[in-house]
Design a protein around this ligand. Structure first.
Ligand code: AMP
Length: 285
């Protein structure tokens, strides 16, 4: 497995692979790999001949008070795990190469980035779309895989790819969970013991929502109330939002008459860790 730091070298490697008829796939990550990331690599490796994983903690998607500095960066372990999962190349650029002095160009997807996580993280999606577009331009993948764990990110990137006439295939991978249901996340290491014990309530509330839906409930408010009542039983987690929205425009659904995303964000009250999770009712992302 190659480890590449230079943007130019990454472009050359990828173009050489494509000239020899190989299909290139990209899995963008910020590292601190867990089973969720590895599942994306496995899905990608089945679809391509040259698998690139980018490993870049993207400063542009962190707010000024967020965890950019303390974000875990276990680089060697990540390289070992990625190689074992079938990765051919890790692209790990330096922030100063991705955003050199006088860097001035950002890509913003409008409207659908102001809600859900975008409401409390104003510049987050602008940072995500900018770095993803840069990675797409550098690696020129035919396929890119993203996790449903970050559902709004998937919807926003799909919109960008469609709006900008980009010709690559996006694949959405299912959410990988711990045994007790907690969605895996690189940020779970921040949780205190008590927070960790309560965190599966989020997944439990989504499972209950799905049960209501499967039993025929279609009122968004009724399902939200049930989710909130389950989250309210926790002492360590505070709800930031519970939203039921459509999966294209992210508009709230009073009546669930099309594929619906139930998205939850919570913050724990000891470590201040932000946890997100979601489920799709009546469709896929
Ligand atoms: P991150 O390193 O957090 O930026 O995540 C990189 C990719 O892994 C994104 O497409 C995430 O949606 C995906 N991902 C993160 N956690 C999970 C999970 N628990 N299950 C599946 N995919 C995930």
């Amino acid at each position: 497995m190659k480890i590449v730091e230079s943007c130019q070298e990454m472009s050359n490697l990828s173009l050489t692979a494509q000239k020899s008829g190989r299909r290139v796939a990209l899995v963008p990550t910020m590292g601190a790999l867990h089973e969720g990331h590895l599942s994306l690599l496995k899905i990608a490796s089945r679809q391509c001949d040259f698998l690139v994983m980018s490993l870049f903690v993207n400063p542009a998607q962190f707010g000024p008070k967020e965890d950019l500095c303390k974000y875990p960066r276990p680089f060697e372990r990540d390289c070992e795990l990625a190689e074992a999962a079938g990765c051919d190349c890790i692209f790990a650029p330096k922030p100063s190469d991705m955003y050199p002095e006088n860097y001035s160009t950002y890509v913003s997807v409008e409207n659908i980035t102001n809600t859900l996580c975008g409401a409390s993280r104003p510049a987050h999606f602008r940072g995500v779309t900018t770095v993803v577009l840069k990675l797409f331009n550098i690696v020129s993948p035919q396929i890119a895989v993203f996790g449903q764990k970050d559902a709004q990110q998937v919807i926003v990137i799909k919109r960008m790819v469609q709006d900008l006439n980009m010709s690559l295939q996006l694949i959405t991978a299912p959410i990988i969970r711990e045994n007790d249901g907690l969605a895996m996340s690189s940020r779970n290491v921040y949780l205190s013991e008590d927070e960790r014990r309560e965190a599966p309530l989020i997944c439990k509330s989504l499972t209950e929502a799905k049960k209501l839906y499967d039993d025929g409930e279609r009122s968004g408010q009724a399902i939200k109330n049930r989710v909130q009542s389950i989250l309210d039983t926790g002492r360590m987690i505070k709800t930031e939002y519970i939203e039921i929205v459509d999966t294209v425009c992210i508009n709230p659904l009073e009546k669930i008459d099309k594929p619906a995303l139930i998205a939850i964000a919570c913050r724990t009250n000891e470590s201040g860790t932000r946890l997100i999770d979601n489920i799709i009712l009546g469709g896929d992302l």
